[in-house]
Design a protein around this ligand. Structure first.
Ligand SMILES: [Zn+2]
Length: 401
């Protein structure tokens, strides 16, 4: 039996699935499958232009399709940074040539993401999904305020990676029990929530629509909960890893290193609460591939970032839905509808993925279509296997039989 989850009534693509089956385009042997609307990840790094050795738009979008995603938003920490008409055009050409799914670029808030001068926001606005300097925080208050004022006029969201450089002190994992026990330098939670608090003041002043990237700390959840209660135009995301892992899971391996870091158990629990009470709007992977060499240097010296597109759904389904913490419908709100609504990304006809939710899979990074292989979930046994993904009705991923 085919079961459709998460579609609005008039959108259930039963006819399309039946037609594909009749044509023999889908594996007919699979009877018990579940069909979801295409997932939408508002925070990925596809690394082009500039860093094709880490990922390409082709490999990143293939990984997304294998994870059930049909729409992603790409962060602008690229070379060149999409901060002007010409620089954005370079990325747009690569997307046109290589992408298997819908790829929506962000434009940078500041030139070169250097925090010194605003990008040409007017030229970028019609072609980007929002403005972000992801990878770093906007340090100067007056720069963020100026960006918010312009973004407000242009009707675009400011999408903030919140990180106060004054508080980093060379840290690279959470400033908590694990760091102390193992002699590592810690990143304090205030480096994240302090800048969120600053930005919320600026939102009160400017009325700009504001989205916070990858929140990881309990104080961040509290700040956003309060801002929403006040009626501010604010939303946020967290990543699957912050919901199912914390510093107690750390190992001395680069695949456990990302920014922000895995924090304490109380933080993870606060994030789960935020998911359940609607404070957190979206789950985004922050898919951040690097080369094997860049991730081989332990916690201290590896690059920040893990891949996430090919494991997100099975991890969340197995660790949150099956134990009864989160309903499947609520998970689909977080992966499909909330991000689409907030960022104005439509679900096109024929954007869907087909899953065997009974299949057990073992996460094997060698099978990833992403060029990045660093994941804290390697070796995990999970439930849920993506059988096929369609984007605008075209098969963009099909699992080997
Ligand atoms: Zn970031």
């Amino acid at each position: 039996m085919t079961t459709f989850y998460g579609f609005h009534n008039n959108q259930i693509p039963a006819g399309m699935i039946a037609a594909l089956r009749a044509k023999g385009s889908l594996p007919v042997s699979i009877d018990d499958c579940s069909v979801f609307p295409g997932f939408c990840d508002v925070h990925v790094h596809f690394r082009e232009p500039g860093f094709s050795y880490k990922e390409t738009i082709g490999s990143g979008s293939a990984a997304a399709a294998r994870g059930g995603y049909t729409a992603v938003c790409t962060m602008p920490n690229l070379n060149p940074v999409p901060d002007s008409d010409e620089n954005l055009a370079i990325q747009e050409r690569l997307i046109r040539d290589q992408s298997l799914i819908h790829v929506y670029p962000y434009g940078a808030i500041t030139v070169g993401e250097k925090g010194e001068q605003l990008s040409d926001l007017e030229a970028l606005a019609p072609r980007v999904v929002g403005f972000s300097d992801d990878g770093r925080g906007v340090q100067r208050d007056e720069m963020m305020e100026a960006a918010m004022r312009r973004a407000k006029v242009l009707g675009k969201l400011i999408v903030a990676h919140c990180e106060d450089n004054r508080l980093l002190r060379g840290g690279y994992i959470h400033d908590g029990a694990y760091a102390r026990a193992h002699g590592h330098r810690g990143i304090c939670s205030e480096s994240e929530w302090g800048q969120i608090a600053r930005d919320l003041e600026l939102v009160r002043k400017t009325g700009c629509g504001y989205h916070v990237c990858h929140i990881s700390a309990k104080e961040s959840v509290a700040l956003i909960r309060q801002a929403k209660a006040e009626g501010l135009d604010v939303s946020c995301e967290t990543g699957p890893h912050y919901l199912v892992l914390d510093e107690n899971n750390l190992r001395e391996e680069g695949r456990f290193k990302m920014n922000p870091p895995l924090r304490a158990r109380e933080d993870r629990e606060a994030l789960l609460e935020g998911i359940l009470d609607g404070t957190i709007d979206c789950i985004a992977t922050d898919h951040a591939p690097h080369s094997a060499e860049e991730k081989s240097k332990g916690l201290a010296a590896s690059a920040f970032g893990i891949v996430g597109l090919e494991t997100a759904f099975p991890v969340l389904y197995t660790k949150l839905v099956l134990p009864g913490i989160l309903s499947l419908d609520r998970l689909l709100e977080l992966l499909v509808w909330n991000p689409r609504r907030r960022f104005g990304i439509p679900l096109e006809d024929g954007d869907l993925s087909i899953w065997d939710l009974n299949a057990e899979v073992t996460v094997n990074p060698d099978e990833f279509l992403s060029k990045g292989k660093a994941t804290p979930f390697a070796g995990w046994r999970l439930r849920g296997k993506c059988l096929a993904t369609l984007c605008s009705g075209k098969i963009v991923y099909q699992s080997p039989l």
